[in-house]
Design a protein around this ligand. Structure first.
Ligand code: URA
Length: 442
C-alpha cells in the first residue's frame, strides 16, 4: 500500500478530491494506533469535511473503518430477534426507557449501549442513573445474562466500542465541526454497527431542539445512515420525528424517568405515548413480529397488560436500582426548590424553542456545562402547556426545579422568548415527518 501522508488527505478534501477507501482506512487507523495523527492535522481535515462534505462512498468507508476501530459485538447466542434503537438527540427524549421494555415484553432482545447527555440534549445513561442505586457499568457477562433473562439491558458505551469516534467526537466538540452530516452519520452508525443488532431503528430528530434543524438535512442524514446499514447487511428504518417542541412534558433526569413510568402505566394519550407506540410497532414489525396492525396491537397490549412496566421493574432491579420507583414515584430524587413561569399575556402557544428550554434545564443542573460537572438528578422543567394550547394571562407555562434559587433565576432569564404566544391558534404540527426503510434505499 502507498505511504500514507495526512497532509495529502487534508489537501484532497480541501480541493473536493475524494479519498480512496484505503486512504480513509489509514486515516482512521492513525486516530487510535501508532503512529498517531496529530490533533492539529485531524482538526484541519475535520474542518475541510465540515465545509466541503464527503461523497457517499467516502462516508460509507469512514463509517466502516470507524466501526472496525475497536470491539464489535455479536449476538448469535440469543434465540430471538435482536434490535437496537438510536435517537440523534433531543429535549425531553425518554423514548428508550419506554421502547426497550415494550420490545422486551414482545420477545425482541435489546442489548442497548447508551451515552450521557450532550450539550442541551439529554442522555439515557444520566436519566437511568437518577434512579437510586442504578448502575450502567455492566461487565460483558452480566450484560449478556440480563439480556437473556429480561430481554434488555442498558449499559454505558465503553471506550472499546468505535474508539476512533470517541477521539474524533472530542475534537469535533471543540473545533466547531459537530454539525457535519457525513461526520454525524459515521459517528452514529459506526457505534450502531459495532453493537451488532440485526434491526436498527433510528429516531432522527428534526427541529429547533435537534442537530438537524430542517427536514432536508434530516432526510439527507437518514439517507446516509440507511445506506451505511444496508452496506453492512443490516435492516434499518429511520423515522424523522418532530423536535420543534420538547417531547412530552418533562425535561430532566428523574422527571423523565417519572414520565416514562407514567406512560408504561398506561398514560399513552399524549405526544410521548403516541410516538413510543408508533416506534415500538415499527421496531416489532422490523423484527418480524407481524404486520403493522398486529405489531401496533402487540405494543399497546404490552403497555395495557403491565408487561412492559414489569420488564422495566426487573431491569432496574437487575442493574442495582430501587425497583419500587415503578410503583412509588416519590422514591425518585426530589428537588429542593421550584418556581412557576407564567404566561405574560393571553393567547395561543404557537412555538416552543426546545433548544433554549434544553439549555435552561442544563442551567438548573439537569445537564453539564463541562464534561466533569455533576448532574442534579432531580433538576429540570415540567411543562404545563404545549404548542396549540390556549392560555390566559398568569396561567402556568412551566415549572422549574433546582437545588438553589440562583439556578432558578439564571434558568428563568434564559427562557425569555422560549414560549411564543400568538393571537390565533397555530396549525397542528405532525409528530412524524417521514419514515425511510432500507428496503426503499438505492
Ligand atoms: N450523536 C453522536 O453519537 N454523534 C454525532 O456526531 C452526533 C450525535
Amino acid at each position: 500500500m502507498a505511504v500514507f501522508h495526512m497532509n495529502e488527505c487534508i489537501r484532497k478534501t480541501k480541493q473536493h478530491i475524494p479519498l480512496t477507501a484505503d486512504e480513509i482506512a489509514a486515516l482512521v487507523r492513525g486516530i487510535t494506533k501508532e503512529p498517531l495523527i496529530p490533533d492539529y492535522q485531524l482538526s484541519a481535515w475535520l474542518m475541510a469535511v465540515c465545509l466541503n462534505g464527503l461523497t457517499d462512498a467516502e462516508t460509507a468507508a469512514l463509517t466502516m473503518s470507524m466501526r472496525d476501530s475497536g470491539q464489535t459485538m455479536h449476538w448469535e447466542m440469543l434465540d430471538g430477534p435482536v434490535a437496537d434503537k438510536h435517537s440523534t438527540g433531543g429535549v425531553g427524549d425518554k423514548t428508550t426507557l419506554i421502547l426497550a421494555p415494550i420490545a422486551a415484553a414482545c420477545g425482541v432482545y435489546m442489548p442497548k449501549m447508551s451515552g450521557r447527555g450532550l450539550g442541551h440534549t439529554g442522555g439515557t445513561i444520566d436519566k437511568l442513573e437518577s434512579i437510586p442505586g442504578f448502575s450502567t457499568a455492566l461487565d460483558p457477562a452480566a450484560f449478556l445474562k440480563q439480556v437473556q433473562e429480561i430481554g434488555f439491558a442498558v449499559a454505558m458505551q465503553t471506550g472499546d466500542l468505535a474508539p476512533a469516534d470517541k477521539k474524533l467526537y472530542a475534537l469535533r466538540d471543540v473545533t466547531e465541526t459537530v454539525d457535519s452530516i457525513p461526520l454525524i452519520c459515521a459517528s452514529i452508525m459506526s457505534k450502531k454497527l459495532a453493537t451488532g443488532a440485526d434491526h436498527i431503528l433510528l429516531d432522527v430528530k428534526v427541529g429547533s431542539g435537534a442537530f438537524m434543524k430542517n427536514d432536508a438535512d434530516a432526510s439527507e442524514l437518514a439517507r446516509l445512515m440507511l445506506a451505511a446499514a444496508k452496506a453492512d447487511g443490516r435492516d434499518c428504518t429511520a423515522v424523522l420525528t418532530d423536535m420543534d417542541r420538547p417531547l412530552g412534558m418533562c425535561i430532566g433526569n428523574a422527571l423523565e424517568v417519572r414520565e416514562a413510568i407514567e406512560v408504561l402505566r398506561g398514560d399513552t394519550d399524549n405526544d410521548l405515548g403516541a410516538l413510543c407506540l408508533t416506534l415500538a410497532a415499527e421496531l416489532l414489525q422490523m423484527a418480524g413480529r407481524g404486520d403493522a396492525a398486529a405489531c401496533r396491537r402487540m405494543a399497546e397490549q404490552a403497555v395495557s397488560s403491565g408487561a412492559a412496566l414489569e420488564r422495566l421493574r426487573r431491569m432496574i432491579e437487575a442493574q442495582g436500582g430501587d425497583p419500587r420507583v415503578t410503583e412509588d414515584l416519590s422514591r425518585l430524587p426530589q428537588p429542593l426548590c421550584s418556581r412557576t413561569v407564567k404566561a405574560p399575556q393571553s393567547g395561543w402557544i404557537s412555538a416552543m424553542y426546545s433548544e433554549q428550554i434544553g439549555r435552561a434545564s442544563v442551567l438548573l443542573g439537569a445537564g453539564r456545562m463541562t464534561k466533569s460537572d455533576p448532574i442534579d438528578p432531580a433538576a429540570g422543567i415540567v411543562l404545563s402547556v404545549k404548542p396549540g394550547d390556549a392560555v390566559q394571562q398568569g396561567d402556568p407555562l412551566m415549572t422549574l426545579y433546582a437545588a438553589k434559587e440562583s439556578q432558578l433565576d439564571e434558568a428563568e432569564s434564559k427562557l425569555g422568548g422560549a414560549v411564543v404566544l400568538a393571537e390565533t391558534q397555530p396549525a397542528p404540527q405532525p409528530l412524524i415527518h417521514e419514515t425511510y426503510r432500507t428496503g426503499a434505499t438505492a
